[in-house]
Design a binder for this molecule. Structure first.
Ligand SMILES: [Ca+2]
Length: 211
């Protein structure tokens, strides 16, 4: 099933967790309180790129916990303390789903337990150099059957550095699952991604069973 997620920030996630109000931090904390430790975490702080490093199709790069394969086009890792056209959600570095090689596609495997439910969370914004057309991308979770597929976009009048929160669920079917991001808009600039987490859903208080 494919869905569209538009960057509307806190109000969307507030609805997702049944919370009518609260700061972004409060809403995020409430969501994560229902989840277990990360099965996948990615903030793109490693490798230290100091400025900007592009990777193109056929290349891969290793972060602290994950190995990302560039499957098509190109992507860029940015140090936002040097490059002001992009903004991370946390730390100094982030990933842009495009580079001189064009719109990119990347994926990384992570370990899962078959039959267990997981929540995928990440933040996205866009490169300041994106022009009038929205920056669009797709996220997929596969194992190898499609478990989750959703499109998301960042567009004016929302500021380029406004960090929108994506959150959706899937149920694992194997011991290894793949997370994939694919740019849907053309050009050398596009969606930026940071602070990716996949967390297993834990049992609610008072319940003897996991959801
Ligand atoms: Ca980061």
């Amino acid at each position: 099933m494919k869905r569209w997620i538009v960057a509307i920030g806190v109000s969307w996630i507030a609805a997702a967790v049944g919370c009518a109000s609260g700061t972004r931090h409060e809403v995020e904390s409430e969501l994560k309180a229902k989840l277990g430790p990360p099965a996948l975490f990615e903030s793109f702080e490693v490798p230290d790129v100091e400025d900007y490093t592009p990777f193109k199709a056929g290349q891969s790069f290793r972060t602290i916990e994950n190995t990302w394969q560039v499957e098509a086009g190109g992507i860029g890792l940015y140090d936002a303390s040097v490059r002001e056209e992009v903004v991370p959600h946390d730390g100094r570095q982030l990933l842009e789903l495009a580079s001189e090689a064009g719109p990119g596609q990347i994926s990384a495997p992570f370990a899962t337990t078959p039959g267990r439910a997981y929540t995928l969370i990440f933040y996205f914004a866009r490169d300041r150099r994106v022009d009038k057309e929205p920056a669009r991308a797709r996220v997929e979770v596969l194992a190898p059957k499609m478990l989750l597929q959703a499109d998301f976009q960042s567009a004016a009048p929302q500021p380029f550095d406004s960090q929108a929160l994506f959150s959706d669920r899937f149920v694992a079917e194997s011991a290894e699952t793949k997370l994939r991001f694919r740019a849907l808009s053309p050009g050398h600039y596009g969606i930026t991604i940071d602070a990716i987490e996949v967390r297993e859903e834990v049992a609610k208080p008072g319940s003897s069973e996991a959801p």
